[in-house]
Design a protein. Structure first.
Length: 125
């Protein structure tokens, strides 16, 4: 891909954990990040920043730890708590990744894994 063909895009994704443990949060977050990168053919140097949110029932670890463990130690990362809306999905980690890509909006793949699939049933797997 030619560097000048790329533009800044945002990629969304989400996953869930079965229980609030550091291991589950790191494992599922890493899986989600790897899926975003794989589906969109991204390298670590393409990523500008990542914002993570977690539902209030997840407090055993920061999702950003998984990104650091994947080698994204030079990428700006931010963790925040998801707004608690009555009846919303629990044990959920959401990601908003800002990255450079030559893909158009319709070509970006936004993965929703595990129980988070129900958040975006309109998207292909």
């Amino acid at each position: 891909m030619k560097e000048d063909d790329r533009r800044l895009v945002a990629i969304r994704g989400a996953t869930t954990v079965e229980e609030d443990t550091s291991e589950q949060i790191q494992e599922r977050t890493a899986e989600l990040l790897q899926e975003i990168m794989s589906r969109n053919e991204l390298a670590a140097e393409d990523i500008v920043s990542i914002i993570f949110t977690a539902t209030a029932d997840l407090c055993s670890d920061f999702p950003a730890v998984a990104a650091r463990n994947l080698g994204l130690s030079q990428t700006p990362l931010l963790c925040s708590q998801e707004i608690a809306v009555e009846g919303s999905i629990g044990n959920c980690i959401r990601v908003l990744m800002h990255t450079y890509s030559s893909r158009g909006r319709g070509e970006i793949r936004h993965p929703y894994l595990h129980e988070a699939r129900q958040l975006r049933t309109d998207l292909p797997e």
